[in-house]
Design a protein around this ligand. Structure first.
Ligand SMILES: Cc1cc2nc3c(=O)[nH]c(=O)nc-3n(C[C@H](O)[C@H](O)[C@H](O)COP(=O)(O)OP(=O)(O)OC[C@H]3O[C@@H](n4cnc5c(N)ncnc54)[C@H](O)[C@@H]3O)c2cc1C
Length: 380
Protein backbone atom coordinates (compact mmCIF):
# COMPACT_ATOMS: atom_id res chain seq x y z
CA UNK A 1 0.00 0.00 0.00
CA UNK A 2 2.71 2.49 -1.01
CA UNK A 3 1.03 5.80 -1.76
CA UNK A 4 4.19 7.87 -2.07
CA UNK A 5 6.44 7.08 -5.05
CA UNK A 6 9.80 7.65 -3.38
CA UNK A 7 12.61 7.52 -5.95
CA UNK A 8 16.07 6.00 -5.54
CA UNK A 9 17.37 9.57 -4.89
CA UNK A 10 14.88 10.05 -2.06
CA UNK A 11 15.93 6.74 -0.53
CA UNK A 12 19.64 7.59 -0.77
CA UNK A 13 18.92 10.95 0.89
CA UNK A 14 17.04 9.20 3.72
CA UNK A 15 19.85 6.71 4.19
CA UNK A 16 22.53 9.42 4.36
CA UNK A 17 20.48 11.48 6.82
CA UNK A 18 19.97 8.40 8.99
CA UNK A 19 23.73 7.80 9.05
CA UNK A 20 24.36 11.47 9.84
CA UNK A 21 21.90 11.39 12.74
CA UNK A 22 23.46 8.20 14.11
CA UNK A 23 26.94 9.66 13.92
CA UNK A 24 26.41 13.30 14.87
CA UNK A 25 23.30 13.43 17.00
CA UNK A 26 22.12 10.27 18.74
CA UNK A 27 25.10 9.98 21.11
CA UNK A 28 24.76 13.66 22.13
CA UNK A 29 21.04 13.81 22.79
CA UNK A 30 21.26 13.12 26.55
CA UNK A 31 23.90 15.83 26.98
CA UNK A 32 21.81 18.37 25.04
CA UNK A 33 18.62 17.42 26.89
CA UNK A 34 20.51 18.14 30.10
CA UNK A 35 21.79 21.47 28.73
CA UNK A 36 18.30 22.49 27.54
CA UNK A 37 19.63 23.55 24.16
CA UNK A 38 21.55 22.21 21.16
CA UNK A 39 24.85 23.76 20.08
CA UNK A 40 24.70 26.01 17.05
CA UNK A 41 27.42 23.86 15.47
CA UNK A 42 24.94 21.03 14.89
CA UNK A 43 22.75 23.36 12.83
CA UNK A 44 25.83 24.17 10.76
CA UNK A 45 26.62 20.49 10.27
CA UNK A 46 23.03 19.80 9.19
CA UNK A 47 23.33 22.67 6.72
CA UNK A 48 26.69 21.56 5.36
CA UNK A 49 25.23 18.14 4.61
CA UNK A 50 22.26 19.62 2.76
CA UNK A 51 19.60 18.69 5.32
CA UNK A 52 18.23 22.22 5.87
CA UNK A 53 16.02 24.24 3.56
CA UNK A 54 15.98 21.52 0.92
CA UNK A 55 13.09 23.22 -0.90
CA UNK A 56 14.82 26.61 -1.18
CA UNK A 57 15.37 27.42 -4.88
CA UNK A 58 18.87 26.93 -6.24
CA UNK A 59 19.40 30.64 -6.93
CA UNK A 60 19.24 31.25 -3.17
CA UNK A 61 21.60 28.43 -2.23
CA UNK A 62 19.08 25.61 -1.83
CA UNK A 63 18.58 22.47 -3.82
CA UNK A 64 15.02 23.25 -4.96
CA UNK A 65 13.92 19.80 -3.84
CA UNK A 66 10.35 18.55 -3.78
CA UNK A 67 8.36 18.31 -0.54
CA UNK A 68 9.26 14.63 -0.08
CA UNK A 69 12.75 15.66 1.03
CA UNK A 70 11.11 17.73 3.75
CA UNK A 71 8.98 14.74 4.71
CA UNK A 72 12.10 12.58 4.97
CA UNK A 73 13.92 15.09 7.20
CA UNK A 74 10.84 15.42 9.44
CA UNK A 75 10.41 11.68 9.77
CA UNK A 76 14.06 10.86 10.35
CA UNK A 77 14.57 13.50 13.04
CA UNK A 78 11.64 11.95 14.92
CA UNK A 79 12.98 8.44 14.32
CA UNK A 80 16.19 9.55 16.02
CA UNK A 81 13.94 10.31 19.04
CA UNK A 82 15.19 13.87 19.02
CA UNK A 83 13.21 17.09 19.18
CA UNK A 84 16.00 19.54 19.99
CA UNK A 85 16.80 20.66 16.48
CA UNK A 86 13.55 21.70 14.90
CA UNK A 87 14.62 21.29 11.30
CA UNK A 88 11.04 21.02 10.03
CA UNK A 89 9.94 24.17 11.83
CA UNK A 90 12.90 26.05 10.36
CA UNK A 91 12.89 24.61 6.82
CA UNK A 92 9.24 23.86 6.16
CA UNK A 93 7.30 26.36 8.26
CA UNK A 94 9.42 29.51 8.75
CA UNK A 95 11.73 29.63 5.71
CA UNK A 96 8.73 29.29 3.34
CA UNK A 97 7.44 32.66 4.62
CA UNK A 98 10.60 34.21 3.18
CA UNK A 99 10.61 32.09 0.02
CA UNK A 100 6.97 32.88 -0.73
CA UNK A 101 6.38 36.39 0.60
CA UNK A 102 9.89 37.84 0.79
CA UNK A 103 11.20 40.56 -1.50
CA UNK A 104 14.10 39.75 -3.81
CA UNK A 105 16.46 41.57 -1.44
CA UNK A 106 15.14 39.64 1.60
CA UNK A 107 15.52 36.32 -0.20
CA UNK A 108 19.08 37.08 -1.26
CA UNK A 109 20.03 38.30 2.18
CA UNK A 110 18.56 35.51 4.30
CA UNK A 111 17.83 32.33 2.37
CA UNK A 112 21.44 31.19 1.72
CA UNK A 113 22.20 31.34 5.46
CA UNK A 114 18.98 29.45 6.27
CA UNK A 115 20.23 26.64 4.04
CA UNK A 116 23.79 26.52 5.41
CA UNK A 117 22.64 26.65 9.03
CA UNK A 118 24.33 30.02 9.63
CA UNK A 119 20.88 31.54 10.14
CA UNK A 120 18.59 29.77 12.60
CA UNK A 121 15.03 31.03 12.37
CA UNK A 122 12.12 31.41 14.77
CA UNK A 123 8.54 32.53 14.32
CA UNK A 124 6.97 34.67 17.03
CA UNK A 125 3.19 34.76 17.01
CA UNK A 126 2.10 33.65 20.48
CA UNK A 127 1.89 36.16 23.32
CA UNK A 128 1.22 35.68 27.03
CA UNK A 129 -2.46 36.54 26.49
CA UNK A 130 -2.84 35.46 22.88
CA UNK A 131 -2.39 31.90 21.66
CA UNK A 132 -5.34 30.42 19.82
CA UNK A 133 -6.94 33.83 19.28
CA UNK A 134 -4.09 35.20 17.21
CA UNK A 135 -5.94 38.25 15.94
CA UNK A 136 -6.07 39.52 19.52
CA UNK A 137 -2.30 39.97 19.64
CA UNK A 138 -1.00 43.10 21.37
CA UNK A 139 2.49 43.54 19.89
CA UNK A 140 2.50 46.75 17.89
CA UNK A 141 4.29 47.83 14.74
CA UNK A 142 4.22 51.60 14.26
CA UNK A 143 5.58 53.27 11.15
CA UNK A 144 8.10 56.03 11.70
CA UNK A 145 9.44 57.38 8.42
CA UNK A 146 11.23 54.51 6.71
CA UNK A 147 11.30 52.51 9.92
CA UNK A 148 8.96 50.34 11.92
CA UNK A 149 9.01 50.38 15.70
CA UNK A 150 8.04 47.16 17.43
CA UNK A 151 6.79 46.91 21.00
CA UNK A 152 5.48 43.82 22.74
CA UNK A 153 6.19 40.44 24.24
CA UNK A 154 6.11 36.96 22.71
CA UNK A 155 6.20 33.65 24.50
CA UNK A 156 6.72 29.92 23.80
CA UNK A 157 9.03 30.74 20.89
CA UNK A 158 10.88 27.66 19.60
CA UNK A 159 14.55 28.43 18.80
CA UNK A 160 13.99 31.57 20.85
CA UNK A 161 17.52 31.53 22.25
CA UNK A 162 19.42 30.18 19.25
CA UNK A 163 17.61 32.20 16.61
CA UNK A 164 19.43 34.67 14.37
CA UNK A 165 16.32 35.76 12.54
CA UNK A 166 12.80 35.97 13.86
CA UNK A 167 9.59 36.34 11.87
CA UNK A 168 7.51 38.50 14.20
CA UNK A 169 3.76 39.02 13.90
CA UNK A 170 2.71 42.49 15.02
CA UNK A 171 -0.25 44.83 14.63
CA UNK A 172 -0.62 48.35 13.34
CA UNK A 173 -2.60 49.98 16.21
CA UNK A 174 -4.02 52.55 13.77
CA UNK A 175 -5.82 49.84 11.76
CA UNK A 176 -9.25 48.88 13.13
CA UNK A 177 -9.58 45.61 11.18
CA UNK A 178 -8.00 43.01 13.51
CA UNK A 179 -6.87 40.84 10.57
CA UNK A 180 -5.62 43.55 8.21
CA UNK A 181 -3.75 45.13 11.11
CA UNK A 182 -1.36 42.18 11.31
CA UNK A 183 1.93 42.04 9.46
CA UNK A 184 5.00 39.85 9.58
CA UNK A 185 8.43 41.41 10.12
CA UNK A 186 11.95 40.04 9.86
CA UNK A 187 13.91 40.94 12.97
CA UNK A 188 17.57 40.03 13.30
CA UNK A 189 19.05 38.95 16.63
CA UNK A 190 21.15 41.76 18.02
CA UNK A 191 18.81 44.50 16.82
CA UNK A 192 18.63 47.07 19.65
CA UNK A 193 15.35 46.60 21.52
CA UNK A 194 15.04 42.89 20.63
CA UNK A 195 15.78 40.91 23.75
CA UNK A 196 15.75 37.16 24.28
CA UNK A 197 14.15 36.43 27.61
CA UNK A 198 13.77 33.53 29.94
CA UNK A 199 14.13 30.00 28.58
CA UNK A 200 10.97 28.11 29.47
CA UNK A 201 11.28 24.79 31.35
CA UNK A 202 8.98 22.20 29.79
CA UNK A 203 7.59 18.70 30.28
CA UNK A 204 9.34 17.55 27.11
CA UNK A 205 11.37 18.86 24.19
CA UNK A 206 14.12 19.42 26.76
CA UNK A 207 16.90 20.21 24.29
CA UNK A 208 14.64 22.59 22.34
CA UNK A 209 15.23 26.19 23.40
CA UNK A 210 11.77 27.65 23.89
CA UNK A 211 11.76 31.17 25.24
CA UNK A 212 10.13 34.52 25.73
CA UNK A 213 11.08 37.40 23.44
CA UNK A 214 10.77 41.11 24.17
CA UNK A 215 10.54 44.03 21.76
CA UNK A 216 11.06 47.45 23.31
CA UNK A 217 11.13 50.34 20.85
CA UNK A 218 12.81 47.91 18.49
CA UNK A 219 13.51 49.86 15.30
CA UNK A 220 13.77 47.94 12.04
CA UNK A 221 13.71 49.19 8.45
CA UNK A 222 10.28 49.16 6.82
CA UNK A 223 11.84 46.95 4.12
CA UNK A 224 11.90 44.16 6.72
CA UNK A 225 8.15 43.70 6.39
CA UNK A 226 7.28 40.44 4.67
CA UNK A 227 4.85 41.12 1.83
CA UNK A 228 2.45 44.01 1.26
CA UNK A 229 1.13 45.93 4.24
CA UNK A 230 -1.99 44.34 5.71
CA UNK A 231 -1.31 40.84 4.37
CA UNK A 232 0.36 39.29 7.41
CA UNK A 233 -2.68 37.45 8.76
CA UNK A 234 -3.64 36.20 5.32
CA UNK A 235 -0.08 35.03 4.68
CA UNK A 236 -0.09 33.11 7.96
CA UNK A 237 -3.35 31.43 6.90
CA UNK A 238 -1.94 30.59 3.47
CA UNK A 239 0.84 28.57 5.09
CA UNK A 240 -1.33 26.69 7.56
CA UNK A 241 -1.86 23.67 5.31
CA UNK A 242 1.86 22.87 5.22
CA UNK A 243 2.31 23.72 8.92
CA UNK A 244 -0.41 21.28 10.00
CA UNK A 245 0.77 18.63 7.57
CA UNK A 246 4.33 18.90 8.90
CA UNK A 247 2.98 18.46 12.43
CA UNK A 248 0.92 15.41 11.40
CA UNK A 249 3.91 13.86 9.61
CA UNK A 250 6.07 14.25 12.74
CA UNK A 251 3.43 12.68 14.99
CA UNK A 252 2.89 9.87 12.48
CA UNK A 253 6.61 9.05 12.44
CA UNK A 254 6.67 9.21 16.24
CA UNK A 255 3.81 6.70 16.55
CA UNK A 256 5.58 4.33 14.18
CA UNK A 257 8.86 4.71 16.05
CA UNK A 258 7.25 4.11 19.44
CA UNK A 259 5.48 0.98 18.25
CA UNK A 260 8.65 -0.35 16.64
CA UNK A 261 10.75 -0.06 19.82
CA UNK A 262 7.87 -1.42 21.90
CA UNK A 263 7.35 -4.52 19.76
CA UNK A 264 11.09 -5.21 20.04
CA UNK A 265 10.93 -4.76 23.82
CA UNK A 266 7.86 -6.97 24.19
CA UNK A 267 9.56 -9.79 22.31
CA UNK A 268 12.63 -9.57 24.53
CA UNK A 269 11.15 -8.99 27.99
CA UNK A 270 10.08 -12.19 29.69
CA UNK A 271 7.55 -12.41 32.54
CA UNK A 272 5.90 -15.50 33.99
CA UNK A 273 8.19 -17.59 31.77
CA UNK A 274 7.32 -16.07 28.38
CA UNK A 275 7.83 -12.88 26.41
CA UNK A 276 5.29 -10.11 27.07
CA UNK A 277 4.36 -10.31 23.38
CA UNK A 278 2.95 -13.82 23.91
CA UNK A 279 0.13 -12.61 26.17
CA UNK A 280 -2.98 -12.14 24.10
CA UNK A 281 -3.96 -8.92 25.87
CA UNK A 282 -0.64 -7.37 24.81
CA UNK A 283 -0.93 -8.78 21.29
CA UNK A 284 -4.34 -7.11 20.98
CA UNK A 285 -2.90 -3.81 22.24
CA UNK A 286 -0.10 -4.01 19.66
CA UNK A 287 -2.46 -5.01 16.86
CA UNK A 288 -4.84 -2.15 17.69
CA UNK A 289 -1.98 0.33 17.64
CA UNK A 290 -0.57 -1.10 14.41
CA UNK A 291 -4.01 -0.75 12.79
CA UNK A 292 -4.48 2.86 13.86
CA UNK A 293 -0.95 3.65 12.74
CA UNK A 294 -1.65 2.12 9.32
CA UNK A 295 -4.85 4.17 9.03
CA UNK A 296 -3.00 7.34 9.94
CA UNK A 297 -0.15 6.57 7.57
CA UNK A 298 -2.52 5.99 4.67
CA UNK A 299 -4.30 9.28 5.35
CA UNK A 300 -1.17 11.37 5.82
CA UNK A 301 0.60 9.94 2.77
CA UNK A 302 -2.45 10.73 0.63
CA UNK A 303 -2.41 14.29 2.00
CA UNK A 304 1.30 14.63 1.24
CA UNK A 305 0.58 13.71 -2.39
CA UNK A 306 -2.42 16.08 -2.56
CA UNK A 307 -0.36 18.88 -1.01
CA UNK A 308 2.39 18.32 -3.58
CA UNK A 309 -0.18 18.53 -6.35
CA UNK A 310 -1.17 21.94 -5.02
CA UNK A 311 -4.66 20.89 -3.92
CA UNK A 312 -6.48 22.73 -1.16
CA UNK A 313 -6.61 20.17 1.65
CA UNK A 314 -6.49 22.57 4.56
CA UNK A 315 -9.54 20.96 6.19
CA UNK A 316 -8.17 17.45 5.70
CA UNK A 317 -4.78 18.51 7.10
CA UNK A 318 -6.60 19.96 10.13
CA UNK A 319 -8.30 16.58 10.56
CA UNK A 320 -4.95 14.81 10.21
CA UNK A 321 -3.27 17.18 12.65
CA UNK A 322 -5.78 16.50 15.42
CA UNK A 323 -6.44 12.82 14.75
CA UNK A 324 -2.85 11.72 14.23
CA UNK A 325 -1.45 13.68 17.18
CA UNK A 326 -4.25 12.31 19.42
CA UNK A 327 -3.54 8.80 18.13
CA UNK A 328 0.22 9.18 18.66
CA UNK A 329 -0.38 10.34 22.23
CA UNK A 330 -2.49 7.24 22.91
CA UNK A 331 0.17 5.06 21.32
CA UNK A 332 2.82 6.71 23.51
CA UNK A 333 0.89 5.90 26.66
CA UNK A 334 0.15 2.29 25.72
CA UNK A 335 3.75 1.70 24.61
CA UNK A 336 5.10 3.12 27.85
CA UNK A 337 2.74 0.86 29.81
CA UNK A 338 4.02 -2.16 27.89
CA UNK A 339 7.55 -1.27 29.03
CA UNK A 340 6.45 -1.46 32.68
CA UNK A 341 8.75 0.41 35.11
CA UNK A 342 11.49 0.64 32.50
CA UNK A 343 9.22 2.81 30.40
CA UNK A 344 9.37 5.41 33.15
CA UNK A 345 13.16 5.50 33.10
CA UNK A 346 15.14 7.93 30.99
CA UNK A 347 17.47 5.32 29.59
CA UNK A 348 14.61 3.75 27.66
CA UNK A 349 13.72 5.59 24.46
CA UNK A 350 9.99 5.33 25.06
CA UNK A 351 10.17 7.69 28.05
CA UNK A 352 11.54 10.60 25.97
CA UNK A 353 9.21 9.81 23.08
CA UNK A 354 6.26 9.80 25.53
CA UNK A 355 7.04 13.21 27.02
CA UNK A 356 7.96 14.74 23.65
CA UNK A 357 4.75 13.75 21.85
CA UNK A 358 2.46 15.61 24.28
CA UNK A 359 3.02 19.05 22.83
CA UNK A 360 1.90 18.04 19.35
CA UNK A 361 -1.71 18.32 20.52
CA UNK A 362 -1.04 21.91 21.60
CA UNK A 363 1.12 23.71 19.05
CA UNK A 364 0.49 24.39 15.37
CA UNK A 365 -3.06 25.24 16.50
CA UNK A 366 -4.48 23.19 19.38
CA UNK A 367 -6.51 20.11 18.50
CA UNK A 368 -9.62 21.90 19.74
CA UNK A 369 -8.94 24.75 17.32
CA UNK A 370 -8.59 22.17 14.52
CA UNK A 371 -12.11 20.96 15.36
CA UNK A 372 -13.42 24.53 15.50
CA UNK A 373 -12.11 25.06 11.97
CA UNK A 374 -13.53 21.78 10.66
CA UNK A 375 -16.92 22.46 12.28
CA UNK A 376 -17.01 25.91 10.70
CA UNK A 377 -16.20 24.41 7.31
CA UNK A 378 -18.99 21.85 7.76
CA UNK A 379 -21.43 24.72 8.33
CA UNK A 380 -22.18 23.58 11.89
C1 LIG B 1 6.80 23.70 23.17
C2 LIG B 1 6.04 24.78 22.48
C3 LIG B 1 6.57 25.38 21.36
C4 LIG B 1 5.88 26.43 20.74
N1 LIG B 1 6.47 27.08 19.69
C5 LIG B 1 5.90 28.22 19.21
C6 LIG B 1 6.59 29.05 18.26
O1 LIG B 1 7.69 28.72 17.80
N2 LIG B 1 6.00 30.21 17.87
C7 LIG B 1 4.77 30.61 18.34
O2 LIG B 1 4.30 31.67 17.94
N3 LIG B 1 4.10 29.85 19.24
C8 LIG B 1 4.64 28.68 19.70
N4 LIG B 1 3.97 27.91 20.64
C9 LIG B 1 2.69 28.37 21.15
C10 LIG B 1 1.52 27.55 20.70
O3 LIG B 1 1.28 27.74 19.35
C11 LIG B 1 0.35 27.92 21.62
O4 LIG B 1 0.64 27.40 22.91
C12 LIG B 1 -0.97 27.39 21.10
O5 LIG B 1 -1.34 28.07 19.93
C13 LIG B 1 -2.10 27.52 22.12
O6 LIG B 1 -2.16 28.83 22.63
P1 LIG B 1 -2.22 29.04 24.23
O7 LIG B 1 -1.10 28.27 24.81
O8 LIG B 1 -2.27 30.50 24.48
O9 LIG B 1 -3.55 28.36 24.66
P2 LIG B 1 -5.03 29.05 24.70
O10 LIG B 1 -5.31 29.70 23.41
O11 LIG B 1 -5.12 29.90 25.93
O12 LIG B 1 -5.95 27.78 24.87
C14 LIG B 1 -6.17 27.13 26.13
C15 LIG B 1 -7.16 26.00 25.92
O13 LIG B 1 -8.39 26.51 25.42
C16 LIG B 1 -8.74 25.85 24.22
N5 LIG B 1 -9.43 26.77 23.33
C17 LIG B 1 -8.99 27.97 22.89
N6 LIG B 1 -9.90 28.50 22.05
C18 LIG B 1 -10.93 27.61 21.94
C19 LIG B 1 -12.14 27.56 21.21
N7 LIG B 1 -12.49 28.56 20.40
N8 LIG B 1 -12.95 26.49 21.35
C20 LIG B 1 -12.59 25.46 22.16
N9 LIG B 1 -11.43 25.44 22.89
C21 LIG B 1 -10.60 26.49 22.76
C22 LIG B 1 -7.41 25.40 23.63
O14 LIG B 1 -7.59 24.33 22.71
C23 LIG B 1 -6.67 24.97 24.90
O15 LIG B 1 -7.05 23.69 25.25
C24 LIG B 1 4.63 26.83 21.23
C25 LIG B 1 4.07 26.18 22.34
C26 LIG B 1 4.76 25.18 22.96
C27 LIG B 1 4.15 24.54 24.18
Amino acid sequence: MNIIPYTAEHNIFRESLRKFLDKEIVSHVEEWEEAGIVPRSIWKKMGEQGFLGTAVPEEYGGAGCDFLYSVIVGEEMVRANFSGLTASLHSDIIVPYITTFGSEAQKQKYLPGCVTGDIITAVAMTEPNTGSDLAAMKTTAVEDGDDIILNGQKTFISNGINCDLCVVAAKDPACSDPHKAVDLYLVEAGTPGFEKGRQIKKIGWHSQDTSELYFTDCRIPRSNRLGEKGTGFLNLMLKLQQERLVCAIGAMAAAEFMLEITVKYCKERTVFGKPISKFQVNQFAIVEMATEIKLGRTFVDKLIMDHMEGLNVVIETSMAKYWITDMANKVADRCLQLHGGYGYCDEYGISRAWRDIRVTRIFAGTNEIMKVIIARFMGL
